[in-house]
Design a protein around this ligand. Structure first.
Ligand code: IMP
Ligand code: MG
Length: 197
């Protein structure tokens, strides 16, 4: 049943603006550029949530880099974490190389922990991790990222690459979903935000 129009304003609110994102991502790029000066990077990004973040991040990295992706999905159609499913394997050789693993959000940490140990077996010279968002309240694995854009409370977020059931990745802001029940009942509830942003 669709959520009535007058409720929709309460379903989600802006958490991080495009201006804040641009500024912080640029700072991350600068730190990474400094830390990897004189080296060549292999950037390994996890699909699909990193797309917008990754594009902005690597645009401002001024070290030589190669880019590859690992396809991994931990969520089914909604917001409940399930089994990890690999949908694309790494193609570039990372042995003896400097690797930056990029993900959209560090939540329970299961994805990052699993992918990191997989990469470690390939014997990179150095392996660093970078996430746009960190939700430490939900951590199950003992894992931290080396570069973190924003630390956020235990909220479900969408936009700037992050999805709800594969939707809303194209929102320019990051929105916090205040009423997940309403969104589950009507996955179109946030469509008005697409035209507003
Ligand atoms: P983890 O394995 O629990 O750390 O989850 C990591 C993955 O879950 C991320 O790469 C996201 O794709 C997804 N995820 C976790 N929290 C959120 C959220 O608030 N919004 C959208 N996706 C999320
Ligand atoms: Mg996702």
């Amino acid at each position: 049943m669709p959520v009535p129009r007058e409720w929709r304003a309460d379903v989600a609110r802006v958490l991080i603006t495009p201006q804040q994102l641009a500024k912080r991502v640029r700072q991350l790029s600068e730190s990474i550029t400094k830390d990897f000066a004189g080296r060549e990077l292999v950037v390994v990004a996890l699909l699909n949530g990193t797309v917008l973040f990754l594009a902005d991040l690597i645009r401002h990295l001024s070290v030589p880099l190669r880019l590859d992706f690992i396809g991994v999905s931990s969520y089914g159609a909604g917001t409940v974490a399930g089994e990890l499913v690999f949908t694309k394997e790494l193609r570039l050789d990372v042995q003896g190389r400097d690797v930056l693993l990029v993900d959209d959000i560090l939540d329970t940490g299961r994805t990052m922990a699993r992918v990191r140990s997989m990469l470690e077996k390939l014997q990179p010279r150095r392996l660093r991790t970078c996430v746009l968002l960190d939700k430490p309240a939900r951590r199950v694995e003992t894992i931290d990222a080396d570069y973190i854009g924003f630390t956020i409370p235990d909220l479900f977020v969408v936009g700037y690459g992050l999805d709800f059931g594969e939707r809303y990745r194209n929102l320019a802001d990051i929105f916090a979903v205040d009423d997940l029940k309403a969104l589950r009942a009507d996955p179109d509830a946030l469509v008005p935000l697409l035209t507003a942003s």
